[in-house]
Write a protein that binds this ligand. Structure first.
Ligand SMILES: Nc1ncnc2c1ncn2[C@@H]1O[C@H](COP(=O)(O)OP(=O)(O)O)[C@@H](O)[C@H]1O
Ligand SMILES: [Mg+2]
Length: 366
């Protein structure tokens, strides 16, 4: 799939911008704070109405203006789509595909998918489990709508149960519904665990060769899925997992009431990343961390292609310049095939020679 044209009005520091892109490599050049990341953020927004660095849509709207507009012409599944987003300060956004209003932002992801890699992604390796769960959830949601629905339901149940556990002493009647919530959470949790386990198994096959190539064969990466301790086989049937989750809940029931928070369930899952048998979170160097995070993202891109037959659009924000020449050429070879947007500072070494070039200056795209 490719983004062939993009039009922006009042998006971040772009008053108005229009561009036609290459279906291969697009190099976005510019000095700091000119709008390179903003441009990639706009592209990513069209794939799911989210942003890696904005919590609210209003942050994306130009200062002092009340609305913003994004329009992308996408080629995907052998068809053309026009995707549009209208953002309003103080009201919900409107999303359209070929002029038809979309009910859910996830519908954008049924047409257009992106994988972004940016310097902040080092936290994928370094931070707590929540980052890695988020990474897994994003990747699986793009591939499996049923998983997205399960994650959304689980989040609601979790919030409800958290409220029960927080307030039960003041309002003991809340406990009447606790068993129902526990059962439903275990049912949905079992679905989530199976999807995650299956995805991690494939990711664990796809990622190590990428990391090995990256490091010239010097580093061995391994991935492991960590979930609720009573689950013996996370890829087993949902019924088996359900039993094991209920068992764990039961043994933590009193502890949850005492702690007044949810202690049992896949909301604590982790993706354990090890390099040469040691925890990457604790021991990896800056360089190893960067390579491991990038290997994970590239592996997701390749899994996506395996499942759908299409390359998602790859967005590399300010990361190429951080790599040495050998690793840069490895990345450029590895990503050959799909469409990619690469942002770099003008003075960076190792800017790719190939592809179409754009210069970003003060919110203008040339
Ligand atoms: N909502 C907004 N309205 C106007 N300008 C914005 C908005 N959000 C960010 N900016 C501006 O965009 C610039 C940063 O752009 P960015 O794409 O991050 O730069 P870079 O080229 O370094 O990646 C900053 O000057 C910032 O003030
Ligand atoms: Mg930037």
């Amino acid at each position: 799939m490719t983004l062939n044209r993009l039009e922006l009005d009042f998006f971040r520091n772009y008053l108005h911008a229009e561009a036609a892109f290459s279906t291969g490599v697009n190099v976005i050049l510019g000095e700091n704070a000119q709008g390179k990341t903003n441009l990639l953020e706009a592209v990513a927004y069209l794939s799911g109405a989210g942003s890696h660095r904005a919590r609210y849509d209003r942050e994306l709207i130009q200062f002092g203006v009340d609305h913003a507009f994004l329009k992308g012409e996408v080629f995907s599944r052998e068809r053309n789509f026009v995707l549009e987003a209208k953002l309003h300060r103080g009201a919900r956004r409107d999303l359209f595909s070929n002029g038809v209003r979309l009910k859910r932002s996830a519908e954008l992801g049924e047409v257009f998918n992106t994988i972004l890699f940016c310097p902040e992604d080092l936290s994928l390796i370094r931070s707590g489990a929540a980052e890695r769960r988020g990474f897994l959830d994003d990747a699986i949601c793009q591939l499996r709508p049923k998983y997205a629905a399960a994650v959304a339901e689980y989040r609601k149940l979790y919030e409800e149960k958290t409220r029960i556990l927080r307030d039960w002493e003041e309002k003991p009647s809340l406990l009447d519904t606790l068993d129902d919530f526990n059962l439903r959470m275990a049912q949905v949790g079992a679905v989530i665990i199976r999807y995650r386990a299956h995805f991690v198994r494939r990711l664990a096959q796809m990622t190590p060769p990428i990391q090995a190539d990256f490091s010239g064969g010097r580093e061995t990466l391994s991935l492991r899925y960590e979930t609720v301790s009573t689950v013996t086989d996370p890829e087993a049937g949902s019924k088996d997992i359900l039993e094991e989750l209920l068992q764990h809940q039961q043994s933590h029931r009193q502890a949850e009431l005492d702690a007044r928070q949810c202690l049992s369930g896949p909301h604590k899952d982790d993706l354990v990343v090890e390099i040469d048998g040691k925890s990457a979170k604790q021991y990896a160097s800056q360089g190893q961390t960067r390579t491991a995070a990038l290997s994970l993202k590239l592996a997701c891109r390749e899994l996506f292609r395996e499942d759908t037959g299409e390359w998602p659009v790859l967005l590399l924000d300010d990361v190429l310049s951080e790599l040495d020449t050998r690793r840069q050429s490895f990345v450029l070879e590895r990503i050959d095939g799909g469409q990619v947007f690469i942002s770099c500072c003008e003075e960076d070494k190792g800017i790719p020679n190939s592809g179409k070039r754009f210069l970003v200056k003060d919110g203008k795209l040339g």
